[in-house]
Design a protein around this ligand. Structure first.
Ligand SMILES: *[C@@H]1O[C@H](CO)[C@@H](O)[C@H](O)[C@H]1NC(C)=O
Ligand SMILES: *[C@@H]1O[C@H](CO)[C@@H](O)[C@H](O)[C@H]1NC(C)=O
Ligand SMILES: *[C@@H]1O[C@H](CO)[C@@H](O)[C@H](O)[C@H]1NC(C)=O
Ligand SMILES: *[C@@H]1O[C@H](CO)[C@@H](O)[C@H](O)[C@H]1NC(C)=O
Length: 354
């Protein structure tokens, strides 16, 4: 009986949790189980119990991707290179979210640069790996491609909803807007459906100076409150890499209202645009065939392992719901461990020789 139970347990383990879940068969042209990595960033907000040593992901990004048929894996900051390298082989795309961390000087920035290099490497080796940057993520992509030089100009476009000023008449010739129908295109062109929350802008002058025009096509521009023209939508010419300065996810998923958040659109038409961008990017990730080795490994990585906090209840901040993650002390512990070993050894030497 015991042996039978053990056998049964083994069978259950191998048939469910350890079964291969990924659709990597070369014959498959589409991966209908895409898993997208979303990068976390340090939390600087006012929700007290998470004010020290936590990173966060806004649930709006997760819901946005899930609404289009993807699942999300959180990508933590301050991990070692091996962690990012391994994860990249298992996820079907990467989303760099917006937020209030610094480009070029934050754990988010360090992790994003590592992920950027790995993404470029994959795409260069014909491994179709989609990347999307929103707001801070958009700025991060520009920074990474400009050899880590900051070409942003100070500007003011905070809590401002705008229509997109497309750079050409036949924008359906782009990758991002190839599937857009005429009604939705009209909405994007004429209605205030893309909401901006930024104090930095990429101008055409700096874009060209940074030679970013060799890598990206500019699909739309906008103007800040002073009339400064900034680039609002880009796509890489050769790679499935996309960026938007505005926040497509907020229309459907961020309803917080305070002095800094009054103008996020929630109209039916604005929600259609949210759904378009989500569908577009998740479609892209269905063309990637990375996968986790086992269902168990996949399950352990998914964001389903975490719960959201209703941070919007205070009425402060920018987000209704956040996921929080304790920033792993792994790397720091390692170096402090080495230091204490060294100290211990020096102590011993001192005791022996003096
Ligand atoms: C970008 O443009 C602004 C002017 O708008 C300029 O002050 C800034 O230095 C530029 N950045 C670089 C790296 O050239
Ligand atoms: C960035 O570095 C690459 C490779 O070294 C070089 O080809 C490119 O021109 C550089 N771009 C800028 C804006 O300096
Ligand atoms: C739209 O872009 C064109 C071309 O760059 C520019 O002349 C025009 O002022 C822009 N309009 C707005 C409202 O951004
Ligand atoms: C996503 O892919 C489906 C199936 O190929 C297509 O019908 C749809 O138009 C695509 N949507 C977007 C926004 O790219």
């Amino acid at each position: 009986m015991k042996t039978f139970l053990i056998l049964l347990a083994f069978f259950a383990l191998f048939s469910s949790n350890n079964a291969l879940v990924c659709e990597t068969k070369p014959s498959l042209k589409i991966n209908n189980r895409p898993v997208i990595g979303v990068l976390a960033q340090r939390y600087w907000g006012s929700f007290k119990q998470y004010s020290k040593g936590y990173s966060y992901i806004a649930a709006s990004y997760v819901k946005y991707l899930e609404s289009a048929g993807a699942r999300v894996v959180p990508i933590f900051v301050s991990e070692d290179y091996e962690y990012y390298k391994k994860l990249m082989k298992q996820i079907n795309g990467l989303l760099l979210p917006g937020g209030n961390n610094y480009v070029g000087n934050s754990e988010y920035s360090d992790a994003a640069l590592t992920l950027w290099k790995l993404s470029i490497q994959a795409n260069t080796n014909d491994d179709y790996f989609p990347v999307w940057g929103t707001c801070l993520g958009f700025e991060m992509i520009l920074f990474a491609q400009a050899n880590q030089t900051d070409y942003l100009t100070k500007c003011e476009s905070n809590d401002v909803a705008l229509p997109l000023n497309f750079t050409r008449e036949n924008i359906q010739n782009s990758k991002m807007f190839a599937e857009i129908n005429p009604q939705l295109l009209k909405i994007l062109k004429n209605e205030k459906v893309t909401v901006n929350y930024h104090h930095n802008c990429m101008t055409y002058t700096n874009f060209t100076k940074a030679r970013l025009d060799e890598f990206f096509d500019v699909l739309s521009t906008n103007e800040d409150v002073t009339g400064l023209q900034f680039i609002s939508t880009i796509e890489a010419k050769k790679y499935p890499i996309y960026g938007v300065q505005f926040h497509p996810e907020k229309n459907a998923y961020e309803f917080i209202v305070n002095s800094n958040h009054r103008n996020t659109p929630h109209s039916f038409n604005s929600i259609l645009t949210t759904q378009y961008f989500a569908n577009f990017f998740v479609n892209e990730t269905r063309k990637n065939f990375h996968c986790f080795k086992t269902q168990l490994a996949e399950n352990k990585a998914l964001i389903y392992n975490f719960n959201t906090e209703f941070t919007g209840i205070s009425g402060k901040g920018s987000f209704d719901e956040l996921y929080f993650f304790k920033i792993s002390p792994s790397t720091k512990t390692k170096s402090s461990f080495i230091i204490s070993v060294l100290l211990c050894l020096t102590n011993m030497l001192f005791t022996v020789f003096f």
